[in-house]
Design a protein around this ligand. Sequence first.
Ligand code: UD1
Length: 391
Amino acid sequence: MTATTVSRRLDVCLVAAARPNFMKIAPMMRAFERCAAIDAWIVHTGQHYDADMSDVFFADLGIPEPAFHLGAGSGRHAAQTARVMTAFDEVCVERQPDLVVVVGDVNSTLAATLVAKKIGIPVAHVEAGLRSGDMTMPEEINRIVTDSIADLLFATEQSAVENLRREGRGDDDIHFVGHVMVDNLLHQVARLDALDRRSMQYDALRRALGEYAVVTLHRPANVDDPAALARIAGALARISQYLPIVFPVHPRTQAALAATGIRMPDAVRLLPPLSHIEFLNLWRGARAVLTDSGGLQEETTALGVPCLTLRDSTERPITVTHGTNRLVGTDPDDIVAECEALLGGDTPAGRRPPLWDGASAHRIARILCRRFSLPEAPSLDAAEEPQGLLS
Ligand code: UD1
């Protein structure tokens, strides 16, 4: 893409779709609102639609109401992707944004990118270049296709920059900016610290348990296959004999547990999906987090909380090389052994990855201003995006 001079303000459409997207949209909206040259608005594709998977996050994270809600809902990949494409095409034709910003690797990320590019609207991909090498993950396909046609590629870690170069993307299009999700996390930590936590719904549980682990699971490979889910559930039951577990259950996992009839012991507290701040209040104080989420691997690294990842690969290697994450796989004996090692004091000493400092959305705003020949974004008010929680 060549630099384009935009005479009016840059009209930017941010695409939000599923729970892990909302944490990335929030700091970008704040950064763009501070920038007089950018007009930003949101399209919610409706990939996640339950109140506790969507509305709660808009309220909790302070995200403005979407300008458009596409109501795409759930379904098979082709149907879901197609519904987002059809509806987003109408929005793009009507509003003609100067730039579409997509985040992450969900089906809506791919759908919105395809639509915008085919009608000549430039696309910026935030969280570009992450690769697990596992083509059985739908997200890996979404990442590769999105990055192959997006114009601006914003990377969270150096490995992503290298992946993009290896795939033939030029350095002019790749920008290593750190992680907008960490911007949001640091903002939420400051908010949490200013709150009376005793008023929170699950704070009494946190205090009553003292020591506990937090679990999240939602990857199709772990939850859609009943045998795989039963193996992981068995490992959690063993761990809960000496370390209570708090487990907010994703709707996909809830459906899988109901269908298989797998029952958890009482020491595994099953909770509904939580708001960002309720969940943060729980996992920040956990002895360990066990997860298959990509975002939580990164958030635990940002705050130095030990994380065991129940997958064989990660597209976020910096969380292992710099952070507190360990790739454990899904063998029950390995999960239990790693958890015991961690409780025995073998905890990874994490360092904060480069540029995970709370200023990533601001960097993106500045790069957009340069790229589109707009007046420079204002300098960052450090008080607005707290930084440096880890030394
Ligand atoms: C999607 C993303 C995944 C991301 C995850 C975060 C893709 C391919 N997958 O997976 O990358 O990590 O979001 O949660 O885009 N459901 C509800 N209510 C909702 C949303 C979903 O009940 O608000 C149920 C439905 O039964 C649905 C199932 O959860 O069929 C799965 O939802 P879906 O959006 O297809 O995928 P996720 O597993 O959430």
